[in-house]
Ligand binder design. Sequence first.
Ligand code: PEP
Length: 253
Amino acid sequence: MRKLIIAGNWKMHGTRTSVQALLTDLTKQLIVSDSVEMIVFPPFVFLEQAQRLLEGSAIKWGAQNIAAEQSGAFTGEISATMISDFACQYTLIGHSERRSLYGEVDDMVAKKFMLAKQARLTPVLCVGETLIEREKGLTQQVVSRQLGAILQLAGGAENLSQAILAYEPVWAIGTGLTATPEQAQEIHAMLRQQVAQLNPTIAQQLRILYGGSVKVANAKALFSMPDIDGGLVGGASLDAQEFLQIYYSAQAK
Ligand code: PEP
């Protein structure tokens, strides 16, 4: 039985005041379930505040990105080991906004994935197709290539044993459009099958989150699908009440 995850990607939102309010509301109001984990991904500058407010609670925190290098003359970059210093256990890797806006190609994403693992972080690897790719019937090919880049660099599926996958159709991120539960399930099952070809045990244990305009209104139907193990939530994770309700929707599975 896989434990579900509800993760909040805050993107580039927040101030010290709003972070204080959001995390205080979450920690005070969350009724913790044994079957669902909660993780938040604040911007780097709020990680220390997150550590201070969340340590000792059931809510975990992580970073939205890491550098593709370990250390050195890389002005403006932040390494995996640096974020580990803030007791982060997770990092997003290859979010579609990183891929499309900052030129992160599969090789770079795979390198970041391995650096996260070396720093003992759990990477949340994001994959997903654009609208054009879906319309051309390329969805399976694209997500399989994105996952394949990791499997290739990692030399097999073993590195996925301490990792999380997130299927996020790019056309559904921040647009209000959501994949139907059936559309999402089809891709989640395919991704799991791709890992199962290399290692069926790891595939069975792997948590695959769905992301793309998850809200209270659609969460339950998505999470009820057999291969959807929770959600990576953007916009709706900035509202404590909405995020808590999404978390509670996962309990019903
Ligand atoms: C995301 O940022 O990963 C995301 C899925 O955003 P949203 O929920 O706002 O579509």
